[in-house]
Design a protein around this ligand. Sequence first.
Ligand code: SF4
Ligand code: SF4
Length: 191
Amino acid sequence: MNPVEQLREDWGKLESRLRAQPDFHPACDNCALDACCFEPVFSDYAEVDDILARLTPEQTKDLKHAVLLWYQGAKAFFHLEQEGIAFPYRLGCVSCPFLKQGRCSIYAFRPIACRSHYALENPQGCLMPARAQQKYACFEQCKPFQAIAVRYVFAVGTLKTDHFGLLIYNRLCDTNEESKAAHGYQVEEKV
Ligand code: SF4
Ligand code: SF4
């Protein structure tokens, strides 16, 4: 089992425990909206590489086209995020390159950021502009979640997190190392 598969398994077990708690009622159950797939999703290269390795050549070709569109729509917001402002990305309404006909095309292998994204109120509140007031579950202070994250970081050795779309773009479209470095806001944690 590679570190990404282990991460999915660990999260699956924790999610089962969370759902068994009487006070955990995420709005996401049976939600048919795709509003959260317009959110900024953060991932790392190990997770992206695991997902890319599971795609057929045809899916990879489609993804290359989709991620170019994503990049064209999202790049205007990168410099704003450097200032710590996340909301401009949402206002851009840029969909994840894996969103097809309103559904996730890699649902079984979607990133941990998507798996752990739970709205707590009415799903309609995930639509813009109401999304600014939606309440979401936050696991940053959840010790079992922290333990999973630490296990993953040690397993991959080096963690580079960035926009899911940007990491895919770097892998599939952008072969210019200077261009990659110029984005300049990747978070790197060495262990
Ligand atoms: S985050 Fe919102 S839009 Fe996404 S599945 Fe949950 S309720 Fe639906
Ligand atoms: S990976 Fe799937 S669930 Fe996650 S944002 Fe993209 S389309 Fe949505």
